[in-house]
Write a protein that binds this ligand. Sequence first.
Ligand SMILES: [Zn+2]
Length: 254
Amino acid sequence: MVVAGNYMEEDCGNDPHYLFPFQEIDEIEQITVKRPNCLRCKRPERVCVCFAFPKVPVPITTTLHILQHPREQDFRQLTTVPLLQECIPKDKCVIYRGKRFPKSKFAKLHEVCAQTNTAVLYPAKDAVDIKDFVAQLDGEPLQLIVLDGTWQEARAIGHNCSALLKGIPKVKITGSWRSEFVIKTQPTDESVSTLEAVAIALSQIEQIPDFITIARKPLKALCDFQIQHGAQIHESKESLARKGIKYRIFEKKF
Ligand SMILES: [Zn+2]
């Protein structure tokens, strides 16, 4: 069990170990006995989802550079990036953890951000279709920056790193999608998890149109286990708002 300051029920699923937001990491009092986690999928052993991973990693040309908010890895039981990592070759996914990414500590990331074949996956108004961006690379592999955390945290990373990300084209997936990460409240009907956003992007630019199906298998297994253990299926905040239940809907911009 973790004791923390504020508690936002709509973001926590039914996982009693999931509390957000914390005031400051120093304020957290950790008084638990940790459940053993599977070393591969990072899920508790009794709900291991490794059976749902592809037998061999799916080859891709794109390299993912995931800017991950520290809370995402440290405290969330329902983080999706470890599931994504097991679907692709290890060297195609680099994770940088922090709230800010100074050049002194993240020189390699700064090098990547200076390349012309780099784009940020983010559904801003000025984002271009990811397929169009890749088409003009003439076969050069895409370096795709992804912001990982809650929507609020992803926006904070974008804001904190505005100097680093400034000038890097923003790209977006196309089409109408519904998240299958049904045990987590999404801000809007078409908001998807980090795993799903990346999987859809790769489905649209690599020669693997069914990659979204492959990557969603472990996500579905995770949701099924959680539902078996009492988790509820969540509607988006947008959907709840239509019913008169008020939630703040975060703007998709930074
Ligand atoms: Zn596992």
